[in-house]
Write a protein that binds this ligand. Structure first.
Ligand code: 475
Length: 829
């Protein structure tokens, strides 16, 4: 904009000594300055939380320097940029991640020590940024870290919810939801951009453009809301590059509606204005099914519209011809949630930039790529036409126009096969006429990615079969990955140090393939000893947390067996609990003398249920009821414990994963699109007990079947097994454990009845009964391996060694090269 002053490059180098220093005494001075001037506490008297705030502000200053340099560099080089549109980002905490990526964690720790504070303790003061539900949202966060680390010119765009994912409170074993008003104590990791605002419009009517005719229209909106940018700097590791996650907050518009102020009802006019803020107030906590809610649609359009205005403004800063747009801009749709962006680009190009429809369409077809994250049909978004028509009348017209041209084209390609035409249409003509967002995304994107190889196969042969047959070239997959910076370096510093020591380098932090170097040491006795020591210390840390959380004392020599993820029927936490009941039942029924042969277990389950998902909530209650019984049974003692960890979130995962011996990824084959939790456990040397589903299939290829415990029906067997219904044979043990629940052995007989009905009498859609036998066998194999500590440790080392492929760095490089066509743009200095 105008009025900006630019410092020349020479002058800039001359000013380099002004950059903040990172020796301990400079850091101390900065922290104390922030205590005094930012936090406004006396530097002679401040508590841990205030120290955290000051520390965070001192880190923030350093982030801002790098972030400015990066933005100036991107602007100068003007590379093609990737814009990552996602309604959810699950960032968790920022402090440790930031100082580690900046390479100044130890300096800060030293500086704090002299001031009488411990870095670890201050880091615990930070709350989680939980602006997302689960898999999709945490994947976005991992991918941002990789984009920054690999120097890609990338922007993340999303919504700045005032209430993140609800806090889970367990009362009497039942889940209760409490609001997560996470901004209560301020957020040092964001920078409010009061001048970066855009108007976002809703409702109103559409009129013909009398001068131009054709497809150009004039939208006369009925409501305007202001989008304000909040920038969250995302630092890369081992690079100066620091990219932007720009989140939008809704504010009342400045455009004063004279009408309502003239009626004399001043107070009500102000109160009504304030309602605009509700658009970005709360994250929808449902990661399972789509509900056609107006507020949700408003959120989607609000963030899409603001982001596109920002992106187009940036493009127009240095370009005048929209034909260059696809050379400079790639737009990634993270699931279908942002797919209104397609109609919005058409609207802006045709109605506002006055491009001819066909020219605009050519541009749209070159810029969008879409990634699907689900196989569940109930996850597919269908927006009721009535809703869209009232909220965004012009966008509905555009979608109709796109659909008309596309169906005409389709008729030429496939003939008048009306069944197929209606399946493939963007518009669904059912009882409730609606827009199929996935179809819109597929028609208008140049690439449709799955998140694992088998997921992509399912998309091609089932979910989007018709489209695959039409456009096979559009379909591809990029197997998910997670960032080792957070999931090893931040969360497991002792393992991190051990890996670096044995590999003789820290380079694996940016190049995970190097972990394969551990393979040749997998039998080394010295490594074994150190490896076990690291694992034990992590288990002790977890045991302390469990005791503090639940009062349950657990023994660290027991096997820690963990299942943490959102609660879903297809993820089969119920199978896990029934397996635990079986184990309990066996212990109870065996001769006392035989109990010495039992391998002690601590079973840990954690996860949130969507507030409206009744069965999932019953699963949580069952887990707590079973835990109550087992943990208080003197016959069992340390042989078996069951712990439900409340309020599972990113920070809890960082604590639990490094301390797990065994982790469960036991979805019915064909249901988990990828799964990313498994990758985090794998990296940390935890063994997997799993079905051959999603990315597990690829994990098997990396570490081999011998290094994990596999069980269950295969994907191709599932449909036929379901067909069998009540005639499907289930083992007696299964009937027995379900009977125990039904008979009220764990109390709450009536409440659990419908849960039991879900897995018996031909209703067992997720095949718990069918898979039970092989599940128990896999569990027995895990027990056997655990007793042989050498074998177990070797398997553990080989798990970490084989996890290189599951770094999000690899995923992002594939996206950059194959889908987005972007290149690294590394900031000098
Ligand atoms: C898959 N969330 C995992 C992960 O690719 C996969 C749905 C509707 C509304 C809001 N959120 C959702 C999901 O569909 C989701 O999280 N999907 C998950 O994406 C990353 O690893 O298998 O279930």
């Amino acid at each position: 904009g105008g009025g900006e002053t630019r410092v020349g490059v020479e002058r800039m180098f001359g000013l380099m000594d002004r950059f903040l220093k990172s020796d301990p005494s400079s850091l101390q001075k900065d922290i104390l300055d922030h205590v005094e001037y930012t936090v406004a506490r006396s530097r002679f008297s401040f508590d841990d939380f205030e120290a955290y705030q000051a520390l965070a502000h001192s880190v923030r200053d350093r982030l801002i320097e790098r972030w400015h340099d990066t933005q100036i560099h991107f602007k100068k080089k003007d590379p093609k940029r990737i814009y990552f549109l996602s309604l959810e980002f699950l960032m968790g905490r920022s402090l440790s991640n930031s100082v580690i990526n900046l390479g100044i964690r130890d300096q800060y720790a030293d500086a704090l020590k002299e001031l009488g504070f411990e870095f670890e303790v201050l880091a615990e003061q930070e709350g989680d940024a939980a602006l997302g539900n689960g898999g999709v949202a945490r994947l976005s966060a991992c991918q941002m870290d990789s984009l920054a680390t690999m120097d890609y010119p990338a922007w993340g765009y999303g919504l700045r919810y005032q209430y993140g994912l609800f806090r889970q409170v367990i009362l009497d074993g039942y889940q209760h939801e409490q609001p997560d008003y996470w901004l209560n104590f301020g957020n040092p990791w964001e920078i409010e951009r009061v001048h970066v605002t855009y108007p976002v419009k809703f409702y109103g009517t559409v009129e013909d453009d009398n001068f131009n005719g054709g497809k150009r229209k004039v939208w006369l909106p009925g409501e305007t809301v202001e989008a304000v940018a909040y920038d969250n700097p995302i630092p890369g590791h081992g690079t100066r590059n620091t990219i932007t996650l720009r989140l939008w907050a809704a504010k009342p518009s400045d455009q004063i509606d004279m009408e309502s102020y003239n009626t004399g009802d001043y107070i009500n006019a102000v109160v009504n204005r304030q309602r605009a803020e509700t658009i970005s107030s709360v994250l929808y906590p449902d990661d399972r099914s789509y509900q056609g809610k107006e507020l949700r649609l408003k959120q989607q359009y609000f963030f899409v519209s603001a982001s596109l205005q920002d992106i187009i403004r940036r493009f127009k800063d240095s370009h005048s011809n929209f034909d260059d747009f696809p050379e400079k801009v790639a737009l990634q749709l993270n699931d279908t949630h942002p797919s209104l962006a397609i109609a919005e680009v058409m609207r802006v190009l045709v109605d506002e930039e006055h491009l001819d429809w066909n020219r605009a369409w050519d541009i749209v077809c070159k810029i969008f790529s879409f990634t699907s994250h689900t196989v569940l049909p109930e996850g597919l978004e269908k927006v009721p036409v009535d809703l869209l028509e009232s909220l965004l009348p012009r966008h509905l017209q555009i979608i109709y126009d796109i659909n008309f041209d596309y169906i005409e084209e389709l008729k030429k390609r496939i003939g008048l096969d009306y069944d197929r035409l209606s399946r493939m249409s963007i518009v669904e003509d059912g009882a409730i006429k609606s827009i199929r967002m996935a179809n819109l995304a597929i028609v208008c994107s140049h690439t449709v990615n799955g998140v694992s190889r088998v997921h992509s196969e399912l998309l091609k042969t089932r979910v989007f079969k018709d489209f695959y047959e039409l456009w096979p070239h559009k379909f591809d997959y990029k197997t998910n990955g997670v960032t080792q910076r957070r999931w090893i370096v931040v969360s497991n510093p002792s393992l991190s140090a051990l890996i670096s020591k044995w590999l003789g380098t820290e380079a694996w932090i940016r190049d995970m393939d190097l972990l394969a170097g551990l393979q040749e040491q997998a039998a080394n006795a010295d490594l074994h000893e150190e490896w076990r020591m690291v694992r034990k210390v992590n288990k002790m840390r977890l045991a302390e947390y469990i005791e503090a959380m639940s009062g349950i004392k657990v023994s660290v020599s027991a096997m820690f067996d963990v299942q943490i993820k959102r609660i879903h029927e297809y993820k089969r936490q119920l199978l896990n609990i029934l397996g635990i009941i079986h184990r309990y039942d066996c212990i109870k029924n065996m001769e006392k003398s035989d109990r010495t042969k039992v391998v002690p277990r601590v079973c840990i389950i954690g996860g949130k249920a969507a507030p409206g998902y009744k069965i999932a909530k019953k699963i949580i209650k069952l887990c707590n009821a079973v835990a109550e019984k087992i943990n208080n049974d003197p016959d069992v003692g340390d042989l078996l414990k069951l712990v439900f960890i409340p309020d599972y979130n990113v920070s809890v995962a960082e604590l639990v994963i490094p301390g797990a011996d065994l982790s469960q990824h036991i979805s019915t084959a064909g249901h988990e699109a990828s799964g990313t939790g498994s990758m985090k456990f794998l990296m940390n040397g935890c063994l997997l007990l799993a079905t051959e589903d999603g990315s597990t299939v690829e994990i098997i290829e990396e570490i081999g079947k011998d290094n994990m415990f596999l069980f269950g029906a295969k994907m191709h067997e599932v449909p036929a097994l379901r067909e069998k219904g009540p005639t499907l044979k289930v083992p007696l043990q299964f009937a027995r454990v379900v009977r125990m629940v039904r008979d009220g052995y764990f109390g709450f007989q009536d409440y659990f009845e419908s849960l039991c009905d879900k897995v018996e009498g031909g209703n067992d859609f997720y095949l718990l009964g069918y898979d039970f036998q092989s599940y128990l066998e896999a569990q027995a194999a895990a027990d056997k391996a655990f007793v042989d500590q050498d074998k177990w440790t070797r398997m553990s080392i080989l798990s970490t060694a084989g996890s290189g492929r599951f770094s999000s760095d690899r995923t992002i490089e594939e996206y950059a090269e194959k889908t987005w066509g972007i290149e690294p743009c590394r900031c000098p200095f």
